[in-house]
Structures are given as structure tokens and as C-alpha cells.
Ligand binder design. Structure first.
Ligand SMILES: NC(=O)c1ccc[n+]([C@@H]2O[C@H](COP(=O)([O-])OP(=O)(O)OC[C@H]3O[C@@H](n4cnc5c(N)ncnc54)[C@H](O)[C@@H]3O)[C@@H](O)[C@H]2O)c1
Length: 440
């Protein structure tokens, strides 16, 4: 089938690449000329395991094409996916300017029937707006005879496992009231649900809200565990044991029950905010979500407070090794990463950093610059002469390190583990001063 994906970021590029991998003809469009030029040369804008190979192979085979011109895609495609960013506006609501720009471009350039598929995460009612904007442009052109449909098809991929998630999704959500369009969408996705996972066709508003509901639920689980972790710290209980104790309950399950530095990334923070704001717009108060957000913010300050308390509020010229900068392992995405708040707050107080991340160091340089922070290629080298280690992102290689080596390299054996990766007993026996989350 013929597909155009507008926006070639984390979601758009993965979507385009995976559709082409299944034999479809795909145009990936982006307004960022450099990004498109690089993609044509096989240089990817993001790190995502397995993506580079799929992009290069399908580009070489001619099934995947790149352009900055929406017309190139529209001329050939039945499906036009919108996969542009929906960052938070000042009040926390989703900023829809990119989505609306794309809708406008579609209206200006379409010459035949298209199914416009909204894959960006957008507030309930956006599908109607997209429909209206396209209509407006067609009216301006005097081309109201051109037909189109607008479908909501939220994306649930996880960065770091995006290819696997897209190729074998838990479910496909199709929001449309048009039976014929639903059938077309099902046909497009059929190769991806051969594993028997369901495709749900629902009304467009429910589909739009389903995406927010999913992210808000996952964020809620994380904040719930972080709230409990605080209680553990004052009562002497252990959040890790509680996690096992409740996660083994089939009604609860294990995922997203880890206490730590809270959620970050490009989705949970903005989607929780946007859902709070949507509720407000409809005269409702999203009380649970307001607390979820509040707990999440505080989790980072609590970590900083632990560090400050250890050093009697004086971290001037202290040197901290940092393991992990990305908001989670397996990605170079640093949007809303806990490392940003933690490093910046302590840098303001004169602390210095020796940081390592397996893939996010280039992105990190753009965020932190060089003042008070050195970027070190080997993670053990960050420890040389450092006053303490901060474990911020739980990349696999940091999970079972050589403790003796860590101890010998650190100036003082102090570890602030933001992800509960190490065994308390072992760390204490080895002589580390070990801080973690919700475990005494
Ligand atoms: N990143 C994720 O894990 C994830 C998962 C599920 C859903 N989403 C949602 O998907 C959407 C996209 O997220 P992302 O992380 O891929 O964003 P991104 O910032 O990585 O990519 C967006 C891309 O759109 C391009 N763009 C902006 N305006 C454009 C226009 N008018 N025409 C063509 N291209 C344009 C930008 O240049 C950029 O390359 C968001 O709504 C997000 O909430 C993201």
C-alpha cells in the first residue's frame, strides 16, 4: 500500500521504516532539510536499536523515500500519517501548531482521496479540528469535491524498543466512524497483528483519549511507587520487596512499579500535563494526575536533597561521576530527563561532573554545554578522583559493575543510586556509603 508519514522524528521515522519493511511504498516527509539530507545519506537523527538497518535497507530497495515536500508524498499515497511533535504549551496543554500546519499543507496540496491518520498524541477533539482545517484550505482552492477522512491511530511504541513495539504491537487502535476507512486501516496493519493481538475500532474521541489514558495510567503507577518509597524510608520498609509482593498479584503486574527518579521523556510529562489541562477546559479537576505530576517533580529534588544533606549543604568543587544521562536506557532522548534537573541544581551550587552515557552524550552536550561538566568515554573513568557516583539511568552495563574497581577509583566510596540497582548488604559490606530510593 502507499503511505506518507509527515514528521520524521522518533515516531514518524519508526512508522515509515516499519511500514516499508512490510513491503509498503513509503514517503517520509520532514520540514527539517538537514534531517532529510542526512537520512538520504543513511545518517539517522536519533538512536533507536535496529532502526538504522531497516532505514538503510528499505531506502536502498526504493521502498522508503525521503523529502521535504509534502506534495511528493501526497501525489502517491492513500494514507497520510501525521507524526509531528505536540509539545506542551505554556499552560501545559498540547501545542497543536505543528499538527495544524500539516493539516493546512494537506489541504493545500491534496489532489485525490486520502486517509489522514493522526498518530501524534493529541487532545480529544483534535481530529475534528484537523478535518476542519483541511476543509478550509480546500474551500480556498475551490476544490471541495475532494474527499478525505481523518482517523485517530495513536502510537504506543516505547523508545528503546520502538521497532519491536511497532512490528508486534499489543494492540492497534483505530478511531473512526467510517466503516470503509476502518477496513482500509485494518488492511494496512494486518501484517503487524498476525500474532493475534487485537485491533480495536472505536470512535475518534475515544481513540484520542485512550492514548492519554494509557500514559497517565503508567505515570500514575510510577508516582504511586515513589510515594510509597517515601513511606518506606521513614518506616524502615523496603520498596523493592513491596514491588515484588504486589507485582506478583495478577491483578497488578510488575511493569512500571519501580521506584526511582520518576518518569521523564517526551511523552509522560507532557501527556499528564495535557490531560490535566483538557480536564480543566471541561470544568473538571484531574486530582489524581495533579498529584502524580507533583510527586514526580519532587522525586528529583528529593535526590538532590539527599546529596546536599550528605555534604552539609556544601557541594562547591565536589566532583560527581554520573552514569547515565538519557531519560531511560536504550535511547539518546534527553527530553525531561531527571539528569537535567539534578545536574543543573547541583551545578548552580558549584558541583562539577564527570558524566558518561552510552549513546546520549552528544545530545547532552547540547543541553549542558561544557561548564562544570566533562564527558567521559569510559564509564569507569568517570570515577577517577570523584567524590561520589550518581547512578541516574539504569543502562544494562551499570547493573552489575566491578564494585572493587569502583571503590578503588572513587576518591570516597559514596554512591547515590537513583534506580535501586545495587544490593544494599553487598554495598555496605564493601564499605560503600550507599543511598538509594525507598530502601533503608
Ligand atoms: N517519542 C515517543 O516515544 C512517542 C511515542 C508515542 C507517541 N508519541 C507522539 O508522537 C508525536 C511525535 O513525537 P516524536 O517524539 O516523534 O517527535 P519528534 O520531535 O522526534 O519529531 C517530530 C518531527 O516532526 C517534524 N515536523 C514538525 N513540523 C512539521 C511539518 N509542518 N511538516 C513536516 N515535519 C514537521 C520535526 O522537524 C520533527 O522531525 C508526539 O505527539 C508524541 O507525543 C511519541
Amino acid at each position: 500500500m502507499k503511505v506518507t508519514v509527515i514528521g520524521s522524528g522518533y515516531v514518524g521515522l519508526v512508522t515509515g521504516a516499519c511500514f516499508s519493511e512490510m513491503g509498503n511504498d513509503v514517503w517520509c516527509i520532514d520540514i527539517d532539510e538537514k534531517k532529510i539530507e542526512n537520512l538520504k545519506k543513511g545518517i539517522l537523527p536519533i538512536y533507536e536499536p535496529g532502526l538504522e538497518d531497516i532505514v538503510k535497507r528499505n531506502y536502498a530497495d526504493g521502498r522508503l523515500k525521503f523529502s521535504t515536500k509534502i506534495k511528493d508524498g501526497l501525489e502517491n499515497s492513500l494514507f497520510v500519517f501525521i507524526a509531528v511533535g505536540t509539545p506542551p504549551d505554556e499552560d501545559g496543554s498540547a501545542d497543536l501548531q505543528h499538527v495544524q500546519n500539516v493539516a493546512r499543507d494537506i489541504g493545500k496540496n491534496m489532489e485525490k482521496y486520502v486517509v489522514v491518520v493522526n498518530k501524534s498524541t493529541v487532545p480529544v477533539g483534535t481530529g475534528d479540528k484537523v478535518f476542519a482545517v483541511i476543509r478550509e484550505e480546500l474551500e480556498k482552492r475551490g476544490r471541495t469535491e475532494l474527499e478525505y477522512d481523518v482517523v485517530s491511530n495513536p502510537e504506543f511504541l516505547k523508545e528503546g524498543a520502538a521497532i519491536e513495539d511497532f512490528m508486534r504491537p499489543d494492540r492497534i487502535i483505530i478511531g473512526t466512524n467510517n466503516v470503509r476507512t476502518a477496513e482500509l486501516m485494518k488492511e494496512l496493519y494486518a501484517p503487524f497483528v498476525r500474532n493475534g493481538h487485537p485491533t480495536y475500532v472505536m470512535d475518534i474521541h475515544s481513540a484520542e483519549l485512550t492514548k492519554y489514558a494509557a500514559n497517565a495510567m503508567l505515570a500514575t503507577r510510577i508516582s504511586f511507587m515513589n510515594e510509597l518509597a517515601r513511606l518506606c524510608e521513614v518506616t524502615g520498609a523496603d520498596i523493592e520487596q513491596i514491588r515484588e509482593g504486589i507485582g506478583s498479584d495478577s491483578r497488578i503486574g510488575m511493569p512500571f512499579l519501580s521506584a526511582g527518579l520518576g518518569y521523564g521523556g517526551s511523552c509522560f510529562p507532557k501527556d499528564v500535563k495535557a490531560l490535566i489541562q483538557t480536564s480543566k477546559e471541561f470544568g473538571l479537576e484531574a486530582k489524581i494526575l495533579m498529584s502524580v505530576e507533583d510527586i514526580n517533580k519532587n522525586q528529583r529534588s528529593r535526590y538532590v536533597d539527599k546529596v546536599l544533606k550528605h555534604y552539609n549543604n556544601d557541594v562547591k568543587d565536589k566532583v560527581f561521576a554520573v552514569w547515565g544521562l538519557a531519560f531511560k536506557p536504550q535511547t539518546d532522548d534527553m527530553r525531561e530527563a531527571p539528569s537535567i534537573d539534578i545536574i543543573n541544581k547541583l551545578r548552580e551550587k558549584g558541583a562539577k561532573f564527570r558524566a558518561h552515557d552510552p549513546v546520549a552524550m552528544d545530545v547532552a552536550k547540547g543541553i549542558f554545554g561544557n561548564k562544570g561538566i566533562d564527558y567521559i568515554d569510559n564509564y569507569y573513568d568517570t570515577l577517577k578522583g570523584a567524590d561520589a557516583l550518581f547512578l541516574i539511568t539504569e543502562w544494562n552495563q551499570f547493573r552489575r559493575p566491578d564494585y572493587e574497581k569502583m571503590k578503588s577509583l572513587l576518591k570516597t566510596p559514596v554512591v547515590f543510586d537513583g534506580r535501586n540497582q545495587y544490593d544494599i548488604k553487598k554495598m555496605t559490606e564493601l564499605g560503600f556509603i550507599y543511598y538509594c530510593i525507598g530502601r533503608s
